[in-house]
Ligand binder design. Structure first.
Ligand SMILES: [Zn+2]
Length: 331
């Protein structure tokens, strides 16, 4: 038995037909974790869908109304890049419920992983890039509304910038600033890093490939604009620096929401970084190790993953659970 919960439902499946987003990955990860005996059936808990009130903590009433009545414009549906259906709406409401449940379990157990979610391109009033509802933001706002946490930090390691999350938690639309060089940090860290004044209650960190979607990157609290083709060693150094800088500027967040995208992988169809499967597991371990050392609970969502071989995406996501097991077992 794992020392933490895995939040999962077969209904995480996104009914989007033939699509670059492999909607069957969630079930494949679930099955892999069982077949490799990383987890057993008792480690999984099933989420309930978020309520409309939960969704409205982040999203505008107008947008929620359009989703519930199927009245998105053609342009809005195009921008979402997934075909609208009432079943798809239900799947995103469930993903948000899953992230809320994972956040709740993380506060109890130190860590919890939703085998889904991470839809960081969803904005308050529209969806983008396969993302309809920003489940990460809904989970944070629910925990805050229930007074379970006051502050949170997002650590978004998907290869694409977390633009929706950045806007949702932005105190104001301010331009990013260059970072001064810091002693002990990777030599090129200052070239890649951009900071903005922190939101009072949620600090957003995004590590992403600069030359990739989204074209316009609204400032996160801390953005790391990575050059094309960056490999394991350099990525891990930058990630370690980014987290320590984040915790420096925003000490002791009460929850970390780790967005463990599988698409920084070197064989990803939509990514241009060069991390290996082993490097990605080390990335996960690094986040868990630092969070555990600081005593900060971590909630994990999966976000993107478009490897040429689906098996690789399944391995990368499954390894996130293995890394958590290795770090948190015998805590
Ligand atoms: Zn992505």
């Amino acid at each position: 038995m794992l020392p933490f919960k895995l939040v999962y439902s077969d209904d995480y499946f996104l009914p989007i037909g033939s699509h670059v987003f492999p909607a069957e990955k969630y079930k494949r990860v679930h099955d892999r974790l069982l077949s490799t005996k990383v987890a057993d059936a008792t480690d999984f808990v099933a989420p309930h869908p978020a309520t409309d009130d939960d969704i409205l903590l982040v999203h505008t009433p107008q947008y929620v109304q359009k989703l519930k009545t199927g009245t998105l414009s053609a342009r809005e549906e195009l921008e979402m890049e997934v075909p609208y259906s009432p079943e798809l709406v239900r799947a995103y409401w469930l993903a948000a419920g899953g992230s809320m449940l994972a956040a709740d379990y993380a506060l109890n157990d130190g860590v919890a992983i939703s085998i889904g979610g991470g839809f960081h391109h969803a904005f308050p009033d529209h969806g983008e890039g396969f993302c309809m509802i920003n489940d990460i933001a809904v989970a944070i706002r629910r925990m805050q509304a229930d007074e379970k946490i006051r502050t949170a930090m997002t650590i978004d390691c998907d290869v694409h910038q977390g633009n929706g999350t950045a806007v949702i938690f932005a105190p104001a639309h301010v331009p990013g600033n260059r970072m001064p060089a810091r002693p002990g940090f990777a030599a090129n860290f200052a070239d890649m890093a951009r900071t903005r004044s922190a939101s009072t209650d949620v600090f957003t960190i995004s590590l992403h490939q600069e030359n990739n979607y989204p074209a316009f990157k609204p400032p996160s609290s801390l953005d790391l604009n990575l050059p094309d083709g960056i490999g394991d060693a350099e990525y891990l150094a930058v990630l370690g620096n980014a987290i320590s800088l984040g915790l420096d500027k925003f000490p002791q967040p009460e929850l970390i929401c780790y967005v463990a995208g599988a698409d920084p992988y070197r064989d990803d169809q939509l990514g241009g970084l060069s991390l290996t499967i082993e490097g990605l597991k080390e990335r996960d371990a690094l986040v868990f190790r630092l969070a555990k050392a600081e005593g900060i609970p971590v909630m994990v969502t999966f976000a993107g993953g478009y490897a040429h071989k689906l098996e690789d995406t399944v391995t990368i996501h499954s390894n996130t659970v293995v890394a958590a097991k290795e770090i948190y077992e015998g805590k």
